[in-house]
Design a protein. Structure first.
Length: 332
């Protein structure tokens, strides 16, 4: 019999209430910080660009000298300077005429378009001003962000540590892949691979323990050995069978918050706390475990790791009827 049965939303609320954001942080080289979460604001030490910069290939001119220029009534200039995109615009000039709007003949520049001040010029600090907040604490760094930080000369950034996740697969019938050929009633243990890869995808550092047989003492020892993890995932042994010891062990070692969730599939899910750390116990059925990873593990890791990536939502029309149990969240 399930001991602490509840709906999926209530189960998630209880898990998140015991999942505390990390305070640990580390300094990383900017080029190694993709996907990491900033633990402090980033303030620009300089302006970008640091000078008035040509935004086009052409000629730097004084905008007032181009007044009235039109295709049928060009103006002719003797004062100008050739510039390429990205070059500084000399201080005596305030605009750049594009090559297609002018002709150079014998040292005289013929212009067929009037320019306003700073036309085709990127101003000092146009992209980023000195002292401007570039990124806020909690921002997840993307490749373009790293390029911007590098352009600002920011070599190192302080980021939150990755949440440390311990994955404990249980089951006396399970073998590591490639350990030996399967015997009658045996199966290769695959769930920890899926759990580890998804945890890493969601910003965590994850490791798998040895497969633990259905033995209360050994399961307790495995949990105790990983109490320093920020999140513990136990796979299998979560239902109400004779050898489903995990809920009982959580009650003895800490606190059992949830045992049984109104999910289809995924009913034999348990959530607890050991040594102040959240423990998510997933059913051994791979499809149910996958749904639980998204429903429970992902939000918990987001909370612990200071992430706020929204879960994508898609509206879709069912092409057939899906049987649904009243009061349960059905996952298809």
């Amino acid at each position: 019999m399930f001991k602490r049965f509840c709906g999926a939303a209530d189960a998630l609320d209880m898990l998140l209430s015991r999942s505390h954001p990390l305070q640990r942080a580390e300094m990383l080289h900017t080029l190694l910080a993709e996907g990491r979460v900033l633990s402090q604001d980033i303030i620009s030490p300089l302006a970008l660009p640091g000078f008035d910069r040509a935004a086009m290939d052409g000629f730097a001119v004084r905008s007032e000298d181009t007044r009235g220029a039109r295709p049928h009534a060009p103006v002719f200039l003797e004062r100008f300077q050739a510039v390429r995109t990205g070059m500084p615009v000399p201080g005596q000039y305030d605009a750049v005429v594009m090559l297609e709007d002018c002709k150079l003949r014998g040292g005289i520049l013929e212009i067929t378009a009037q320019l306003h001040p700073f036309k085709n010029v990127s101003r000092i600090g146009e992209d980023v001003a000195a002292g401007e907040k570039v990124f806020s604490q909690g921002h997840t760094l993307r490749p373009p962000d790293l390029s911007l930080l590098s352009a600002l000369g920011i070599e190192n950034v302080e980021v939150y540590d990755r949440p440390n996740v311990a994955i404990i697969p249980t089951g006396g019938e399970l073998l590591d892949i490639g350990s030996r050929p399967l015997g009658p009633g045996e199966a290769y243990e695959i769930n920890s691979l899926m759990a580890r890869l998804y945890a890493q995808k969601w910003g965590a550092s994850a490791h798998k323990t040895e497969i633990v047989p259905d033995d209360q003492r050994l399961i307790r020892e495995a949990v105790a050995a990983n109490e320093k993890a920020d999140l513990i995932i136990i796979i299998g042994g979560t239902s109400v069978g004779e050898k489903d010891y995990v809920p009982r062990i959580l009650s003895e070692m800490g606190e059992l918050l949830v045992h049984g969730v109104r999910l289809q599939p995924g009913k034999p899910t348990a959530i607890g706390v050991v040594a102040g750390k959240p423990v998510v116990c997933l059913p051994g059925y791979p499809v149910a475990m996958l749904f639980d990873l998204y429903l429970f593990v992902r939000p918990a890791l987001q909370r612990i790791g200071h992430r706020s990536d929204p879960q994508p939502k898609v509206r879709a029309a069912l092409t057939r009827k899906i049987p649904s149990r009243p009061g349960y969240l059905s996952l298809v």
